[in-house]
Ligand binder design. Sequence first.
Ligand SMILES: C[S@@+](CC[C@H](N)C(=O)[O-])C[C@H]1O[C@@H](n2cnc3c(N)ncnc32)[C@H](O)[C@@H]1O
Length: 204
Amino acid sequence: MTGHPVFAALYDRMNGAAEREIFAPLRARLLADLPGVVLDVGAGTGANLPHFRAATRVHAVEPDPAMRTRLTAKLDQAAVPVDVTAAPAETLPFADAAVDAVVFTLVLCSVADQAKTLAEARRVLKPGGRLAVLEHVRNTGGHARWQRLATPLCIWLAGGCHPNRDTPTAIEQAGFTFEEREILDPLPKIVPTRPWLYATASVR
Ligand SMILES: C[S@@+](CC[C@H](N)C(=O)[O-])C[C@H]1O[C@@H](n2cnc3c(N)ncnc32)[C@H](O)[C@@H]1O
């Protein structure tokens, strides 16, 4: 993968205030209690790293070399052991039923194939394991039309991000049942990457 070096270089600065004020508390709530072996898929520059508290091991999976460089430089921000793997979400180099939780934060908008990615998450999760999700998703009405128009620009500017994906439906179609499911809308109305899905799910 050649990756997106400019997006990777700007990512932390671009998110700055929103990350501190809005997203970091949501990440903390989603991730702090995840137990055992956790897979952070599309770990990016490592924004989730400080928030894992209960995990015994985090495998941070990231295919983009420019993101991976930044991720690796931040490993000392984690309170739990973390290793980094270069792989795409669609073909995870982990055995069946190997992990207790799979995390997707702002990744299901960007993967090449959502259905394959979610099938892989299901494959590597132990029975009863948890999917933890924080993703912007397709809206309704006029804003959905704006998301559709803005999609080519978002793909170009934001490393392949699609603001108009119906991620909740894709998660259910992959065989997961939601345990917690909230739609949050903390960003300004004009932003195409809203609203946000905060959810946990498992296979029953
Ligand atoms: C918007 S960033 C989010 C990074 C991080 N998860 C976060 O919450 O800040 C999207 C990330 O997904 C990664 N990504 C894109 N396509 C992917 C794929 N097919 N498999 C795994 N990761 C992918 C990108 O390289 C990038 O690091």
